[in-house]
Design a protein around this ligand. Structure first.
Ligand code: TNX
Length: 717
């Protein structure tokens, strides 16, 4: 085998061949091809038998024990081979295909690469047709980073086990090897803890008859879910077969409102003012001084350690609201006793206790970057840098192993262009952004690079509401192709440049993603407007469609002639992919007619009604909503317009919506008629007469927080 491999090396790379994503380290074209026939078989070393079975299923060819003859796909595991960890050598020769590696991961990735050398239909379960020829090639490949991760957040919005399993598959196809699962946060507890079953059976559900109130959801309907330990064991085993390690996270000591709603005794000892929040206790952090807390944590983390084979357990450490510790007599006494001067030292203390719980169980802590700030974090911790590049530079400069994932590049809950769905707090970016992450230009020194374990993408779920009504493809659309870019960066790097990678995505990977049934985002088409003409162009084989205001989508075949460009939106489709809408600037133009705002929920002095009346920013109420509470928008003059969008809530704090409510319209300022219901805190009206006033009336008894955010209406002429 080695001889054949060397023999192929001197040949020139075949242009455009093996456009595998992520790009392999070296690809050397050979002569001729391997042809699949009905006699093609698969042979594998014993430890690779399961992998061979999976490949057999994909290729629809049998595994034959002990056969390495002609016409065979051979998987060789040679622990002594000088092949880097997770690396492989893949040789396609006329008589056989050989994948060699020194570990399981390498074999798994060799198989992934082989599948990408075949027609995309192998990903659709169609096997390879007899006569399919694969060009001879020798590929030597290994990863750039040992840590190539994706983070999913089933706490804010539940993601069922079979959907996690599907993402494990999709991530593994892109050679990612870590899945960071966020299992406990303010909005939900998603992991069964056998010693405290109520955490999941109660804390995993909100709304309806649950004592935990609805957020992002439906008021009267119970929704949510949790993973049983049995289900998690299944996911862990399945992920391991895909060379993915699942890293569980219990977010501590902040982000703990879900468990605190069931165990308020873990909180700091003072009586919070809940008059503004309909009795809802906003305290979210574990008390550091309460000794019994560490016994409860040992119960919980003990089960987590027993369940997950990963050497690291993520214990959070982000966004701790330390004012709670400053109000707590016990935390204050602890600070005094220990001579602490800053509340951050309390976080260090808490983390040290948690680290000890993990350590006796043979595990190490993984933490978000804020945990570094106190100065006392132990150096066997792994830091996840999310707040910015600077946090990653700091953590590595201080000698911590670091996973690089600043939100502005790697948070796939951020929207992908200005007028799409998603968060904006870190930035607005498409797949080019994670691809282009440039460690050198951002100031990482070679010493710091040695501490970079790798990179990770994240999807946070506040804006992703998985119960009805859901945009069914939302999660896929937010993840792909950004995950492809992440994988390229993590496995290979970005030296070839974005334009070349984008071309490979479009020319070769779109068909694979479609065969995998990924409902991915297409790059938006190019719209040109001027002189009464709107024309649209694409460079990705997609079909172009347009929607005229109030109409159904139609195929675009030639430029449109119109003097009302604000009435048209365009988008494209290619197989399972769709682009966002694109429109002329005039489509988004809004007007700001004189307006008065009032509510039954009180006016916050920091963020007064005037913010909305001047269309500048948002206003806040002084308390949460109860049934019958209202928000009234009254225009000085009746407003003639095509569209009015009313919005409650805030992009950064999405749950400050009116969770459910009716919307009423008035044309004379006196008589109101119901025109619809809020959906995710918002409502769009297309009035057929001038509008004088609009009123939102709450049909829920709070929104799981202590105020409502009111946005200025967005009015299109
Ligand atoms: C910040 S990332 C958070 C999350 C939110 C996310 C939304 C991190 C450690 N904290 O709690 O879900 O922003 O983008």
């Amino acid at each position: 085998m080695r001889r054949l491999f060397l023999l192929l090396l001197p040949l020139l790379p075949l242009a455009g061949s093996a456009s595998v994503i992520p790009t392999p380290r070296t690809v050397t074209a050979g002569e001729g091809s391997f042809v699949f026939t009905s006699a093609t078989t698969i042979a594998a070393d014993a430890p690779l038998r399961r992998l061979a079975d999976r490949l057999a299923h994909r290729l629809q060819r049998p595994v034959v024990q002990g056969c390495t003859g002609d016409g065979t796909v051979v998987l060789i595991l040679d622990p002594g081979a000088e092949i880097p960890a997770e690396g492989y050598e893949l040789t396609v020769a006329p008589d056989r295909i050989v994948i060699r590696s020194s570990d399981y991961g390498g074999a798994f990735y060799g198989v992934q690469t082989l599948l990408q050398l075949l027609p995309p239909e192998v990903f659709a379960g169609e096997g390879v047709a007899d006569g399919t020829a694969t060009a001879c090639t020798a590929i030597a490949d290994s990863p750039r980073f040992a840590y190539r991760g994706m983070h999913l957040d089933p706490t804010r919005t539940w993601i069922a086990p079979e959907r996690i399993k599907r993402y494990i598959d999709l991530f593994a196809r892109h050679k990612l090897n870590k899945l960071h699962l966020h299992l406990a946060d303010d909005e939900g507890w998603r992991i069964e803890i056998k010693s405290h079953p109520e955490l999941a059976t109660v804390g995993g559900f909100r709304g309806g008859d649950s004592p935990v109130r609805a957020v992002y959801g439906k008021w009267g309907e119970k929704y949510g879910g949790y993973y049983t330990q049995e289900e998690l064991r299944g996911l862990i085993a399945y992920a391991a077969e895909c060379n993915i390690e699942i890293i569980p996270e219990i977010d501590l000591p902040g982000h703990s409102r879900a468990i605190a709603q069931l165990h308020p005794e873990i909180l700091c000892r003072y009586t919070p003012d809940t008059s503004a929040s309909n009795g809802y206790d906003e305290r979210s952090a574990w008390c550091v001084a309460r000794e019994e807390n560490y016994a409860l944590l040992a119960d919980i983390l003990g089960e987590v350690c027993d369940l997950f084979p990963s050497p690291y357990i993520h214990v959070g450490g982000d966004e701790v609201e330390m004012s709670q510790w400053q109000r707590c007599p016990d935390c204050q006494a602890l600070m005094q006793r220990e001579g602490m001067t800053r509340p951050h030292q309390l976080e260090d203390r808490f983390m040290a206790r948690v680290a000890e719980i993990l350590r006796v169980r043979g595990k190490r802590p993984a933490v978000w970057n804020e945990a570094v700030d106190g100065g006392g974090l132990s150096h066997d911790s792994r830091v996840y840098g999310w707040t910015g590049v600077k946090a990653c530079l700091d953590a590595t400069a201080k000698g911590y192993e670091t996973v690089v994932m600043p939100g502005a590049y790697f948070y796939f809950d951020m929207r992908q262009s200005e007028h799409e769905d998603g968060h904006t707090w870190a930035s607005i970016f498409d797949a080019s952004k994670p691809y282009g992450f440039d460690f050198g230009a951002l100031g990482f020194t070679p010493e710091q690079m040695r501490l970079v374990a790798g990179v990770q993408g994240a999807f946070w779920s506040e804006l992703y509401v998985s119960h009805e009504p859901e945009t069914p493809d939302y999660l896929d659309y937010m993840l792909f192709p950004r995950v492809c870019s992440l994988a390229e960066l993590a496995w290979h790097g970005n030296a070839e440049g974005w334009d070349a990678f984008r071309r490979t995505l479009i020319d070769d990977h779109y068909d694979r993603m479609a065969a995998m049934e990924i409902r991915f985002r297409l790059f938006p088409p190019k719209l040109t407007c001027g002189q009464g003409t709107m024309s649209v162009a694409t460079d990705d084989r997609s079909e172009i469609w347009y929607v005229e205001e109030g109409g159904e989508p139609q195929r675009y075949t030639k430029p449109l002639h119109t003097d009302e460009p604000q009435r048209y939106r365009f988008f494209t489709r290619y197989k399972t992919g769709r682009s966002p809408y694109v429109a002329d600037r005039s489509y988004y133009r809004t007007i700001a007619p004189a307006l008065k705002l009032s509510t039954s929920m009180g006016e916050s002095s920091h963020t007064p009604y005037a913010n909305v009346e001047t269309y500048k920013t948002f206003a806040r109420t002084t308390r949460a909503c109860r049934q019958g509470d209202w928000i009234l928008y009254t225009f000085d003059e009746p407003v003639a317009c095509r569209e009015i969008l009313l919005q409650t809530g805030h992009r950064h704090l999405p749950k400050t919506i009116v969770t459910t409510g009716d919307v009423c319209v008035s044309y004379d300022g006196e008589e109101f008629v119901k025109c619809g219901e809020l959906e995710k805190g918002a409502f769009t009206l297309h009035p057929n007469r001038p509008v004088r006033a609009l009123r939102i009336v709450s049909t829920c008894d709070d929104n799981g927080c202590s105020f409502v955010t009111i946005q200025p209406p967005q009015i299109k002429r």
